[in-house]
Ligand binder design. Sequence first.
Ligand SMILES: [Zn+2]
Length: 291
Amino acid sequence: MPELPEVETIRRDLLPLLRGRAFIHVWVSPEAPRLVQAVPAGRPACRTGRQAPTAADFARLLSGRRVEDISRRGKFLVFHLCGGLYLLVHLRMTGALLHRPLGAPPDRYVRAVLSLDDGSELRFSDLRKFGALWLVPDPSPVLGRLGPEPLDGGLTPSLLRELTARRRAPIKSVLLDQRALAGLGNIYVDEALFAAGLHPQRPASSLSDSEVERLHEAIGRVLTAALDDRGASFRDYVDASGRKGRHQFRVQVFRRTGEPCYVCSREIARVKVAGRSSHFCPRCQRLERGL
Ligand SMILES: [Zn+2]
C-alpha cells in the first residue's frame, strides 16, 4: 500500500504537469461503483457517507475545473481546484495515478480517466478497487482526524513523546494509527523501528526519552531515504509515469524474514502486531526499556 513517500512522490511528479491545467472530460468506469465516494457540492451533506454521488454528478462538477495546487495530507492527495472545490484521492491497496500524454497506449485496470485541456490524461488505475475519490468543498470531513506530518517540522521529539506516553498499545500500533501520526504504514513503521532499535511489541508508554528521540530521528531519516528512492515498489506501486520506486532494494527488515540482519547477521523475524506482519531483528531491536 502506498505510504507517505510514495504519495508524496506522485504529488511532486504531478504538480508541475497539472498546475494551471483544466479537466475537460471525466469518465468513471461503471465497473467501479465505489470509486467516487463524496457527496458533491450542491447536494445536501450526507453524514453517514453511505450515499455516494453518481459518477455523472462527479464528472459534471469536475469538468471545466482548473488545478490550482496539489497538496498531501497523510496518504491523501488533495487537488485544489478553482471555484473552491477539492478533489481528494486515496490510493489504498493498489491504486495508481498515471499521467499520460495524448495518444498514449491504454493502461490496465483503469477505473477513471480525467482528460486535461492539453490533451494529456490523468488515469486512475486500481486492480483491487479499494481506491477512492472525493469531490468536496471542504476536505476536512474526508480527511478526518489526522496526526501531525512527520516531515514538515511539525513532529518534534516532545510531540512524539506526548503521542506515545499515554498509550500502552505496542509502539507499532501507535505509529500505524493515522490519528496519532499521519502517513506511515507497515513498511516505514517496520523500518523506523529497526533504525531506532525498538522492538515492535514494546508498549509505547515504555519508551525512554532517549528512545523517543532515536525514534523521532529514525522516522525522519527513513522517510527521507525512501523519498530519495521515489518510494518502494514491493508489488503494485508505480509513480505518475508508471515507473517503480527503488526503496524496496534498500529496506533493512521489511519482508526480509529469515534473511540475515545487515548489522548483526541474526535472522530477521516476523511477528503479528495489530493484525499486521511486523519484521524485526531479535538482536538489534530491544523488547526491554533501554537508555
Ligand atoms: Zn540485527
